[in-house]
Design a binder for this molecule. Structure first.
Ligand code: DGY
Length: 323
């Protein structure tokens, strides 16, 4: 029997990550582009030394029990790790790895793209061209909101929020406000001002959700939050669907409480095709693709593998979750 560590990879992932692991580990893998069924995951994690997982895999007590005492590392190919019970992992001395930085640019670019597409009503424009409702040039037809002179409010000025702020500055924004658990040192770099959440919601023309989902901030964007926003506000979420109460968002968008929303993340994912939000012209929904550049996804796979390799050698992971 081989004495090499055993690693289970829960999906078909960019091969460069698997190649790194193969040098020192024996790999078994769910060889599909779709998530591994829970039963299959539970069966396959048994007796493994490490788990290479994705944001669609729930890593909870039940799974850790099934894995058994050999499990030393859980590494997710994502920056978000709200699907992992990190407290339980830490109690069992299991290192948890994630993939910050390597997806920051891609995610920030997509956030800006979604903001512009939503604010300038690109979905309605493209539909009009296709369905023949494009008539003559009309002075106020499909007018939207511009960034020049606008106030942008960013909830969560971490790596991604800061990268978004940097990319928005050249558009001539007037002010960048932010709210976070604490005032961050990144703020100075991008000239952002710390304000209360209420102030941010009341004063921003664009409200961007860029924070990590936690038990504390789940559903932060609820009816009360949308009711504080300006009527011309554009809301953008590239964080996690769980940040938003979607019924409240539907109400805010359909009653004109806010002007538009662009979401890269929803609850659930995929969003059922008969979901009310999909009936709205002023809501653009993307299928969770913020980090989807080849460069990022390969780098995420490689970093996940390097996280696992380090933990299996008894070292700190290059990107280890710290409690
Ligand atoms: C993440 O990494 O958490 C994103 O949601 C997907 O790249």
């Amino acid at each position: 029997m081989s004495s090499r560590p055993l690693v289970y990879v829960t999906r078909r992932v960019p091969q460069s990550g698997v190649d790194i692991l193969r040098k020192t580990c024996d790999i078994s893998q769910w060889n599909s582009d779709d998530p591994v069924p829970r039963d299959e995951l539970l069966r396959n994690v048994e007796g493994k030394d490490a788990l290479f997982c994705l944001l669609t895999d729930k890593i909870d007590k039940e799974l850790l029990d099934r894995a058994g005492s050999k499990l030393r590392a859980v590494a997710t190919m994502s920056v978000g790790y709200d699907h992992i019970d990190v407290v339980e992992c830490s109690r069992r001395n299991i290192s948890v790895g994630f993939t910050p930085d390597v997806l920051t640019s891609a995610t920030a670019e997509l956030t800006v793209s979604l903001l512009l597409a939503t604010a300038r009503r690109l979905k309605e424009g493209i539909s009009a061209v296709k369905n023949g409702s494009w008539g003559t040039w009309k002075p106020l037809w499909l007018c939207g909101q511009g960034l020049d002179g606008a106030t942008v409010g960013i909830v969560g000025l971490g790596r991604i929020g800061t990268a978004v702020a940097k990319r928005l500055q050249p558009f001539g924004v007037d002010k960048i406000l932010y709210n976070d658990a604490i005032e961050t040192k990144n703020a100075r770099e991008v000239g952002a001002h710390f304000v209360s959440l209420d102030e941010l919601l009341k004063n921003s023309d664009f409200v961007l959700c860029c924070c990590a989902l936690t038990d504390e901030n789940k559903g932060l964007f609820n009816e009360a939050a949308f009711s504080k926003m300006k009527k011309n506000a554009i809301f953008i979420n590239t964080s996690r669907g769980g940040m938003v109460n979607q019924d409240a968002l539907f109400k805010a968008l359909s009653t004109g409480q806010i002007a538009g929303a662009g979401l890269d993340v929803t609850t659930p994912e995929p969003l059922p095709t008969n979901h009310p939000l999909l009936t709205l012209d002023n809501c653009i929904i993307l299928p969770h693709i913020a980090s989807a550049t080849y460069k990022s996804r390969y780098a995420m796979s490689e970093l996940t593998a390097r996280n696992i390799s380090a933990a299996l050698q008894g070292q700190e992971m290059p990107c280890q979750v710290k409690l």
